[in-house]
Design a protein around this ligand. Structure first.
Ligand SMILES: Nc1ncnc2c1ncn2[C@@H]1O[C@H](COP(=O)(O)OP(=O)(O)OP(=O)(O)O)[C@@H](O)[C@H]1O
Length: 549
C-alpha cells in the first residue's frame, strides 16, 4: 500500500460517510467494528439526511470522480440489482469532465503516431469537441485527402488512475462480501469484477476501432445504421482516428421533429437494428446511450442512425440465444414451470433450486404483464423481471445477458420515446421469424447433421429419449391456444422428427460404409445403406415447410 492509495482510501471513506452511505447497510448486518469506526469519525457523518438513498449515492459518486461516475452509470443499468428509483438517480450521472491541456493531447497523439501531427493532419483543433473521463475528442482534417476526421485520445495517466481505483473498489467489495456473508444477493465482488472487465476494455481504443470496423461491415448495405469509417493505420491503443460525422442527437426530439424526421420509421428501425445485431450477426452495440447515437440530417423521410463509441459490444452463444427464445415463448405461453426449468437447464440457477417456488415467483411477476395488450409488452421488461426474480434464487450473473437486457430496454424505451404508438411485437416479429426459420428450416437440418454427427453417434442410445423430451416440451407448450405459438410448435415438432430421421439415416449410411470397407458381410452393409436411404427419404419428406406466422 502506497501513501497515495491510503489517501484515496481515506477520501473514499470520508465522502461515503459524508453522504451517509453507511446508513444504507441494514443495521442488523453492520458489524460492531464498522459501527465503532463510524463513531470515531462522527464529524464526517451524514450531512444529507434529507435526501433519499439513491440521490446520496449519486452525489457521492459524482464527487469521487470519473471511475466512480462510470461505475454508477453501469450500476444504473443493473436493474436486476437496484430498484427503479435508484437506477434512475444513477442514470443521471454525467460523464462530462473538464478537458485536459491540448499540449498534452498533442504530445500523446504524436507519441502514438511517432511523427508530428502536421505530418498527418491539417487544422488540428486544440479546443476539444468533447471531453469524457477516459478520452478526449479533437477535430482535424486528413492531410492526404482533406477528409474531416476526429481524433479520440486517452487521458494522460488514465490507466494508472483506473487501476488504482478499481483495486480499491475490489478490496472494498471483498470486505463487504465478507461482512454480508456468502449468500448475500448484492454480490459486490461480482459486480466490481464485471465493471473491471468493461472499463479495462475501454482503455484500449484499438479494440474500439476494431469493433467499429466489424459493425460497420455488418451494416454496409443497411439503411438503418451508419458507423463512421476508421482509419485503421492511424488507430492505436491510446489514439484512434475516424471519419467525422454530423447528425442530430437522438435525444433531441424537438430538433428531429423540426427537420421532419419520420419518427415512426426511425423508432421501428431502432428495434430492427437490435434484433439484426443479436439474431443475425451475434454482435451488438452494448453502450447505447444518447451521447453515442445520432440521427442523419439528410432525407428525413428515410432516416438512419449514426452509431459512435463501439467500446462495449455484446455477443451471445447459440445456447444463450436458444434459451432466450424459449424463455420468451414460455412467457407468452404463460408456462411459468417451463421458465423455471429453463433457468435450471441452462445452468443460470443451480440444479437444486426449488422449481415450484421459482415457478410461483415467476408467475407473480409475469402474470400482471398480461393485463396489457400483446403489442405493448416490452421484451426488455420481461427479461428484466425474470432476471430480478432469478437473482432471488441465486442466479449466477451472466454479463452477456445483462448487456442484452440493458440494450433491449434502452432500444425499446428510445423507440417509445420517439414514437409512443410503436408496436414492439410487429416490429420484432420478422426477425424472430427468420431466426426461427433458421432453427427449424431445411438449411438448419443439413447444417445440424453435419455439425452434430459425431455427438449424435455417441449419444445414439439416448436419442429416442431426447427426442421424446423435446416433443413433450413442444406438446406442453402447444396446450396454449395462442395461434402463433401453435404454428411454431408444430413446425418445431416436425423439425425434431425430421432431424431424428435424417440423423439416423446418416448414421446408418456411415455404418454401412464402414462395414463395407472392413469386408464385413455384404448384406449387413447393403442393409444399413438401404434402411438409411429409406429413412432419409422419410425424413426429407417430413421436414417442415417454414411458414410465416
Ligand atoms: N466520429 C465522430 N464524428 C463527430 N463527432 C464525434 C465522433 N466521435 C465522437 N464524437 C463526439 O464526441 C463525443 C464523445 O465521443 P465518444 O462517445 O466516442 O467518447 P467517450 O470518451 O467514449 O465518451 P463516453 O464515455 O461518454 O461514451 C460524442 O458524443 C460526439 O459528440
Amino acid at each position: 500500500m502506497t501513501i497515495k492509495s491510503i489517501r484515496r482510501a481515506y477520501q473514499v471513506i470520508r465522502i461515503s460517510l459524508h453522504y451517509g452511505l453507511d446508513d444504507l447497510i441494514p443495521s442488523k448486518v453492520t458489524p460492531w467494528y464498522f459501527k465503532l469506526l463510524r463513531g470515531c469519525l462522527f464529524w464526517l457523518r451524514n450531512q444529507h439526511k434529507d435526501k433519499v438513498g439513491g440521490e446520496r449515492l449519486k452525489l457521492a459518486m459524482q464527487e469521487l470522480g470519473p471511475v466512480y461516475i462510470k461505475f454508477g452509470q453501469m450500476l444504473s443499468t443493473r436493474r436486476d440489482l437496484l430498484s427503479d428509483e435508484w437506477a434512475e438517480e444513477l442514470a443521471m450521472l454525467q460523464d462530462r469532465v473538464p478537458p485536459f491541456d491540448s499540449a498534452i493531447a498533442r504530445a500523446s497523439i504524436e507519441s502514438e503516431l511517432q511523427a508530428p501531427i502536421e505530418d498527418y493532419f491539417d487544422d488540428f483543433e486544440d479546443i476539444p469537441l468533447a471531453s469524457a473521463s477516459i478520452s478526449q475528442v479533437h477535430t482535424a482534417t486528413l492531410k492526404s485527402n482533406g477528409a474531416p476526421v476526429v481524433l479520440k485520445v486517452l487521458r494522460p495517466d488514465v490507466e494508472a488512475k483506473v487501476h488504482a481505483d478499481i483495486q480499491l473498489m475490489s478490496q472494498t467489495a471483498n470486505l463487504f462480501e465478507w461482512v454480508l456473508g456468502a449468500n448475500n444477493r448484492l454480490r459486490p465482488a461480482e459486480v466490481v469484477e464485471d465493471y473491471r472487465t468493461t472499463i479495462e476494455g475501454e482503455l484500449n481504443l484499438k479494440l474500439e476501432a476494431l469493433n467499429a470496423i466489424k459493425l460497420r461491415n455488418n451494416f454496409l448495405d443497411s439503411n438503418a445504421l451508419y458507423i463512421p469509417f476508421m482509419y485503421e493505420e492511424l488507430c492505436f491503443t491510446r489514439l484512434i482516428v475516424m471519419e467525422r460525422v454530423d447528425g442530430v442527437p437522438v435525444s433531441d426530439k424537438a430538433a428531429l421533429e423540426a427537420q421532419g424526421t419520420n419518427l415512426k420509421l426511425l423508432a421501428e428501425r431502432g428495434v430492427e437494428l437490435f434484433f439484426t445485431q443479436v439474431f443475425r450477426d451475434n454482435f451488438f452495440h452494448a453502450d447505447m446511450h444518447p451521447g453515442n447515437i445520432f440521427v442523419s440530417r439528410e432525407h428525413p423521410n428515410d432516416p438512419f442512425y449514426i452509431g459512435l463509441d463501439c467500446g462495449i459490444m455484446g455477443t451471445l452463444t447459440d445456447e444463450d440465444k436458444r434459451y432466450l427464445a424459449e424463455n420468451f415463448l414460455a412467457f407468452f405461453n404463460r408456462d411459468y414451470r417451463r421458465i423455471a426449468t429453463l433457468y435450471i437447464e441452462s445452468g443460470w440457477v443451480s440444479a437444486d433450486t426449488d422449481v415450484s417456488a421459482f415457478e410461483q415467483a415467476v408467475k407473480v411477476v409475469c402474470e400482471p404483464m398480461f393485463n396489457k395488450p400483446l403489442n405493448e409488452i416490452s421484451f426488455g421488461h420481461v427479461l428484466l423481471e425474470l432476471f430480478r426474480t432469478a437473482r432471488r434464487f441465486d442466479m449466477v450473473v451472466q454479463p452477456q445477458l445483462v448487456l442484452l437486457e440493458k440494450t433491449l430496454l434502452y432500444i425499446e424505451g428510445l423507440g417509445r420515446q420517439l414514437y409512443p404508438q410503436l408496436d414492439l411485437w410487429q416490429t420484432a416479429k420478422p426477425f424472430l421469424e427468420s431466426w426461427m426459420a433458421e432453427q427449424v428450416g431445411p438449411k438448419a437440418i443439413a447444417g445440424k447433421i453435419k455439425q452434430q454427427l459425431p455427438y449424435w453417434a455417441e449419444q445414439l442410445p439416448e436419442l429416442p429419449e431426447l427426442v421424446y423430451d423435446n416433443l413433450k416440451m413442444g406438446r406442453d407448450l402447444a396446450k396454449n391456444n395462442n395461434k402463433l405459438l401453435d404454428r411454431y410448435l408444430k413446425q418445431q415438432q416436425k423439425a425434431h422428427k425430421s432431424n431424428y430421421l435424417l440423423i439416423t439415416s446418416a448414421i446408418l449410411v456411415i455404418c454401412g460404409t464402414i462395414l463395407f470397407s472392413q469386408d464385413a458381410t455384404l448384406w449387413a452393409s447393403y442393409g444399413c445403406v438401404a434402411v438409411g436411404t429409406i429413412l432419409w427419404i422419410l425424413g426429407w419428406r417430413s421436414r417442415p415447410k417454414f411458414r410465416k406466422f
